[in-house]
Design a protein around this ligand. Structure first.
Ligand code: MN
Length: 196
């Protein structure tokens, strides 16, 4: 995805192009997840950035170089921006390019989805499951804890599912696997493919 740059030394919060995502994610979940959780990460990032030595860098570069609290808040702003941007109430279907890559690296689209869901469901505690491209263009699935993002390992990030409880508890309670399986219905593959 494109580098996210600060304006006047501050990162701005992304606006959501939807207020609910059908039966998959409710308006109530989005209002807390975007309006409270993401807002707190953006506010904390903007408070911690001055004096850090990382002012003026892209959000991706802040994540690559920051430590501790600044890393956690910058990482969560980047992770949530990618998460919310990749969903749509009228999602584009997967194109041939992505289908060909997933078949090459996972055997089939279904096998990819199964492994992605399984890695999301088995991540202990809070974190994210990611699809990324490595330096050779091979697609890989990784589990990342807390605020981690694969950009710190030199990967190009394509798709992510948030498995922090705040992402699903109001709609799915403890049924994380059901939440993960339902998310495929709202993934806009045109957005994901633009990140290639
Ligand atoms: Mn979240």
């Amino acid at each position: 995805m494109k580098d996210i740059m600060p304006t006047g030394g501050q990162f701005t919060m992304m606006t959501l192009p939807y207020d609910a995502l059908g039966e998959t994610i409710s308006k109530q979940t989005l209002s807390f997840h975007h309006g409270k959780h993401l807002k707190a990460y953006v506010d904390n990032l903007n408070k911690m950035l001055p004096g850090s030595g990382l002012e003026g860098l892209s959000l991706q570069d802040v994540v690559r170089h920051a430590q501790d609290g600044l890393f956690n808040n910058a990482g969560q702003v980047l992770n949530h921006t990618m998460y919310f941007e990749q969903f749509s109430t009228a999602p584009h279907a997967m194109g041939e390019r992505m289908k060909t890559l997933l078949e090459r690296d996972f055997g089939s689209v279904e096998a990819f989805q199964k492994e992605f869901e399984q890695k999301g469901a088995t991540l202990f505690g809070s974190g994210w499951v990611w699809l990324s491209a490595d330096k050779d263009g091979h697609l890989v699935i990784t589990q990342q804890r807390n605020a981690e993002n694969p950009v710190t390992d030199g990967l190009q990030t394509l798709l992510t599912f948030d498995v922090w409880e705040h992402a699903y508890y109001l709609d799915y309670q403890n049924r994380r696997a059901d939440y993960l399986a339902a998310l495929w219905q709202i993934v806009d593959w045109a957005v994901v493919e633009n990140r290639l």
